[in-house]
Design a protein. Sequence first.
Length: 601
Amino acid sequence: MFSFKSTNPTFFLSIQVINMINILTWIPSHPGKVGEILDRVYPLLLVIRWILMLLVVIYIVDIIFLSPRRIKNIPNLYSAIPVWGNLSLISPSAKTWQDSPCLKFLKITRSLGDVYQVRFGIRDVIIVNSYSSIMKLWCCKSVRGNNSRPIGDTFHKLLSKENIYTIGTTPFGPDYLKMRKFVTSHLLSLYHGKSYNDRVIGRESDKLIARIIKESGKKKVASNGKLTRSLIVNDLLLQCQYFHLAVALMLTYGYSINYSDEEARKNAKEIIYVENQITKVRSHVQNFQDFLPQPFRGLVERLSGKEKKASALYERRKKYLDRYFTYSKNNVTYPTVSVKKSLMYRYFMDGGENINRGQMASICLTLISAGLDNTPLNFLYEIHQLSNSPHICEKAYHELLKCYANDPAGAYRDCYRELKCKYVVALVKETLRLFTVLPMALPRETTAPIVYGNAVIPAKTILFMNCWAGNHDEEVFYKPMEFIPERFLNSKTKHLAFGIGARMCLGNHLAFQELYTLTCKFILLFEFQSPHTTLLNPLELNLYPGSIAIEPEPLTVELKLRSEELLSEIIGDRPETVDKPGDDKKFEPFVGENETSRAHN
Ligand code: HEM
């Protein structure tokens, strides 16, 4: 007879039932009604006993080999299920917005407090759910160990063969540090090449606006006695994705994509589709199998079709990355100015001294994929908010004009150069905060022990930042579900949309500049009308509550031109694109820079 004591009630109950069955089976069979019933249920009791004994064995194996060590002095979410633990929090994947993982995690804080640990398969995961605790665990100088990323099968093995990961999923180590240094020192910092990046953003945003004006449904409306246009834009998200992709291709490879070419659009749509699907496959709040021990993990990947899907996406991604790499390689001897300014060119000139081919492939992968959904989704949500808040829109318009001596054309032309209008800066920050496109950010893994209150979080612990909870924390943000740009006007409070601390988003300046420039140009040129819906809660608008990113349902926006004269003054007859794919010979030159000739080394 078993007499194993356990704190797990299911385990304890199983043992009690086995003991009872054993006692029953020892009762000598005797004639009469009781004996007859016992004889009949006897085979069933044996089956139950075997099942329970198997369960007990699983429990024992789980306790000895699989169960992760719980951290003392951090509240623990109890689970009686061996191997699985609390994985039901993320599987099955959320179907309704109320089941979004960030909300589920937030609900648990009522009983356990804002920092607690859960058992996900064989890993202990700490979930952090308030602004102040996120700051303590991510940002404090004494928590240097919160600086790595966990390895997950789905992303690191199925989607990233040849060990080429994005920077954001590379664990801390020499590879990570080299890539980070290369990309920040040559492209993404506030100091190196920023003015070039800004000009590329300025130019691509003009093209975006020209495309929208050309391609959107139009109707004539009267304004102040004058006829003007109203645009019905159904594909703002796609147009913004085109915009972001064009910026990324130009900065990374010096490649200029021409969207008036059908083939180029097809290629762009392929990249946008594949990268979007990858964000859906890689989610750390969806891939429960990544936390299971090996035989189960492989089995789930195979049976669910994830392995096949991830491999197909990997192959499709490889094709376009190779294509652009070849483009840069072929243009390195006689580079155009764009190629010469690109990161790829720096890599070729570097000659492998600071960075090798694999690391460069990771950097390119990062620059193409990171932000391709995030930035456009934020912009779409911002325009949706502005359509619902005309007073904010008008205030931003007047604040912008104030910064540029009441000259809308001048403001339109120069807004990409610097973040001059504080109100628009605050408006973009408020969009990032309220929308929180990655509600559970990206997972972290510790590389050294971290002291938190009375607890010591050991190395190799996974931490999930509930970014949504932090960005909507009432203790820090007054009326957190309302869109109030003023809260960022004279406050040093940071939003958490880009994460924070050692592994904060590397592209945050670039993404912010893109959002700022687009916002200024749209506000200067258009009034936002008739919102498609008055629903404003990002989680309620989200089409994929289980995914890593919030993707609102398609939102149609109606834009009314402020003035035809302004439009012809700023865009005039400037063609949307005049360049052929990959050929920036005829590319519209930057002010004060001759882009028309090929620069020789
Ligand atoms: C609005 C747009 C964007 C948002 C909201 C966003 C958000 C985030 C978040 C939440 C993280 C995780 C940070 C953490 O762990 O603390 C991250 C990481 C990262 N992001 Fe972004 N991102 C955006 C755009 C971009 C762009 C445009 C790029 C590249 C050009 C980029 C490059 C990266 C990289 C490289 C990392 C990993 C940093 C590291 O692990 O050291 N992001 N981003």
